[in-house]
Design a protein around this ligand. Structure first.
Ligand SMILES: [Zn+2]
Length: 59
């Protein structure tokens, strides 16, 4: 059984792209690179407010 190839889309603009390329054009590749450099893809560190300091737990 041969599965039909998944429609490859440019992650930047969503247009169909060539299977051998990650983006539809150099422009989108540049945009993606810019996002990487600007840290847009970095996982935002969610600071959990720990306000339980002081509560020892000594009974
Ligand atoms: Zn694109």
């Amino acid at each position: 059984m041969t599965k039909p190839p998944r429609p490859l889309r440019c992650p930047i603009c969503g247009k169909p792209r060539a299977p051998a390329q990650r983006f539809c054009s150099d422009r989108c590749a540049t945009i993606d690179l810019g996002r990487w450099l600007s840290g847009d893809y970095a996982i935002p560190a969610e600071e959990e407010p720990e306000s339980d300091e002081g509560v020892g737990g000594q009974a």
